[in-house]
Design a protein around this ligand. Structure first.
Ligand code: GTP
Ligand code: SPV
Ligand code: MN
Length: 635
């Protein structure tokens, strides 16, 4: 018996679903009885459990979106951005603004399937586990009747192009129509998904804002939510996700982190592929050769920006395949093929402007939703980084509804405010972005926000060393989750918040990719965020990151030489093209490896991996750590 299985519930009737404890529930939209039987069963169970006032089966159409948008505008949840076509702004309850990692659990009978055999002193940083019986009590106390008086939306969606061998199907139930609108942008919502379901499993996604009617708590900003009770549970064996209390991003768009990373990484391990927190980009050099790169940076550390980079070097062309998640699988020719399972971008707004990321800007000029940003008096969005475009005397309404003008103190937008836009609107979207066969990856890049000590770029010595480099990724905390202040945190493979199973086993799985006949990508580590003693960035970043990519591509085609260092291969001095930015860039400062820093870093990394991953740390990673420590000691 599975851990969290829905028992059979009888149902019949044409325009209503009859469920045992509830009687008849009206179908507001859609044909329940045309749905595949297993989908009917899934819906009927949750109708009985969550008791919505009606069922709305979504078809993903424009018409449907407009019906919902009209309703949300009447209610005040959405406001039109008059300056743009079909764009809306939404302000959430200020208590619901980011992913809530401390309430995000994986539920398995065996604890060690989910988390490593850590050592005493471990902080449990590599994922949270809860026992199924305990979770059932938590879930029952929340989900029972949680949709009373609310509509339940049924959203059939595909992660990846509909029908591709690499794609997977999900069905999300939710009582949030904002979530429905965003799911339409972020995943492929279509009845076609149900037509092709056949014998396939689908990932069951159940989401509620946790505000049944009558609701006594004050609703702020027309954004019902239940922040005190937020809880996310993943059931890898059942391929199921339940999320309660939050409508924000990764907490509620369940196709994204919950399905495409936490559940998919379990499927990927079983089926021999990789589900990763990575952008995918195609870069074409001035000679016309194209390379595909996948890059893993922690949340709010530059994936969207790199995926859509506007090259500052002449002759280069960048095209975006995906900006957040990659599903990658070796094909029979030994190539690592990657698809972007998503359909849109849910990108960090602050810092995005026509200089830093013109391609992202172009993507959201129509048909987009902006969450927790500010609004200008002329009906345009506004956030930190757009000051140059803002007329001096124009009034801005902040995300908290206050009036603001240029030069005044305070933030106008939440640091984790986001735009949601269709990927197809990106001017540099790759013509292969929906290719069911994916694109062949030649390089994997890891990185994070490392203010000190870590050079601009280095190359791993081998696949195994690269996996260790990934396991040692650290970064300054950001506003993408609930953390306050800036501290350097471990974020192995940029997957710490998204791990779906035991991190030691995950590293084993990565190591197992090295099989004869496979073209393994080269592995790199980058750091766009090193600062000088005054706190100023040492590297201009953004479009200038093409200079680092240029060097990587030269490595891939065998044109660039390296100098070995204790932590990996560094570019030969001058091998990165800094023409035009010579006055801003000080090579020695950017590439210096302070011995004290690296001694301390190696010690701290070992401590983290030994304590948190404990006996599950693969022997190969241990070996790589020992070798690296020796190299650092001999510096
Ligand atoms: P998630 O969507 O949370 O996974 O974030 P992400 O990794 O896609 O990060 P994103 O590209 O949205 O960047 C986050 C923040 O980092 C933005 O405020 C950017 O302006 C800033 N940023 C991105 N690239 C660079 C860079 O090369 N240099 C500097 N200094 N900042 C950057
Ligand atoms: C991230 O935090 O890595 C995101 C945003 O991409 S969210 O969808 O909220 O997870
Ligand atoms: Mn992300």
């Amino acid at each position: 018996m599975a851990l969290d299985q829905e028992p059979d519930i009888p149902f019949y009737e044409v325009h209503e679903v009859v469920v045992p404890h509830l009687g008849r529930v009206p179908i507001t939209k859609g044909d329940f009885h045309a749905l595949p039987k297993k989908v009917q069963k899934f819906i009927a169970f949750y109708v009985d459990y969550m008791t919505p006032r009606g069922i709305y089966i979504c078809d993903g159409s424009e018409h449907e979106a407009h019906e919902v948008i009209t309703k949300l505008m009447e209610r005040g949840t959405l406001e039109r951005l008059e300056a743009l076509e079909n764009c809306y702004i939404c302000r959430t309850d200020p208590a619901d603004v980011a992913r809530v990692e401390s309430k995000t659990f994986i539920v398995t009978k065996d604890k060690y399937q989910t988390i490593p055999h850590s050592k005493p002193g471990a902080k449990g940083g590599m994922g949270l586990w809860m026992d199924p019986d305990e979770m059932k009590i938590e879930m029952d106390s929340r989900f029972k009747d949680c949709m009373a008086g609310r509509m339940m939306y049924v959203i059939p969606f595909s992660m990846g192009p509909i029908g591709s061998d690499l794609s997977k199907i999900g069905i999300q139930l939710t009582d949030s129509n904002y979530v429905l609108l965003c799911m339409r942008l972020m995943t492929r919502v279509s009845p076609k998904v149900l037509d092709i379901l056949g014998d396939q499993d689908f990932v069951k996604c159940v989401h509620s804002m946790g505000c049944p009617r009558p609701w006594r708590r004050k609703v702020i900003n027309h954004w019902p939510c239940n922040p005190e009770k937020v809880l996310l549970a993943h059931f890898p064996e059942e391929r199921k996700v339940k999320s309660y209390g939050s409508g924000y991003g990764g907490n509620s768009l369940l196709g994204k982190k919950c399905f495409a990373l936490r559940i998919a990484s379990n499927i990927a391990r079983d089926e021999g592929w990789l589900a990763e927190h990575m952008l995918i980009m195609g870069v074409t050099n001035p000679k016309g050769q194209e390379f595909y790169i996948a890059a893993a940076f922690p949340s709010a550390c530059g994936k969207t920006n790199m995926a859509m980079l506007n090259p500052s070097l002449p002759g280069w062309k960048v095209r975006c395949v995906g900006d957040d998640i990659a599903w990658m699988k070796f094909n029979e020719k030994g190539e690592l093929r990657a698809i972007n399972p998503e359909y849109g971008f849910f990108g960090v707004a602050p810092g995005t402007n026509w200089k830093t990321n013109p391609n992202a800007m172009a993507s959201f000029q129509k048909n987009a939703i902006f969450t927790n940003v500010a609004k200008r008096a002329d009906g345009m969005y506004f956030w930190e980084g757009l000051e140059d475009e803002l007329p001096d005397d124009m009034e801005v309404t902040t995300w908290l509804g206050q009036k603001w003008k240029k030069g005044q103190p305070g933030l106008t937008s939440h640091p984790n405010s986001r735009f949601t836009a269709p990927a197809s609107q990106c001017p540099i979207i790759h013509d292969k972005w929906e290719d069911p066969a994916g694109v062949p990856i030649s390089a994997i890049v890891f990185g994070g926000r490392r203010p000190t000590g870590v050079p601009l770029v280095f190359e791993a010595f081998s696949w195994e060393h690269g996996v260790m480099v990934g396991a040692a990724v650290k970064s300054e905390s950001t506003a993408a989750a609930e953390f306050k202040g800036k501290s350097i945190m471990h974020d192995p493979m940029a997957m710490r918040p998204f791990m779906g199973y035991n991190f030691g086993h995950y590293l084993d799985h990565w190591l197992s990719m090295n099989k004869p006949g496979r073209k393994l990508p080269k592995i790199y580590h980058v750091n766009w965020f090193r600062v000088n003693e005054k706190g100023k960035f040492l590297w201009p970043g953004y479009g200038d990151n093409i200079r680092v990519i240029d060097w990587m591509c030269k490595r891939l085609s065998g044109e660039a030489k390296v100098v070995p260092s204790p932590i990996g291969n560094l570019p030969e001095k001058g091998a990165i093209d800094i023409s035009g930015i010579e006055d801003q860039v000080h090579w020695d400062e950017l590439f210096s490896l302070p011995k004290d820093y690296w001694l301390e870093d190696a010690k701290e990394t070992r401590q983290f991996l030994e304590v948190e991953v404990g006996d599950d740390l693969p022997a190969e990673i241990e070996k790589q750590l020992v070798e690296q420590e020796k190299r650092i000691a001999a510096m």
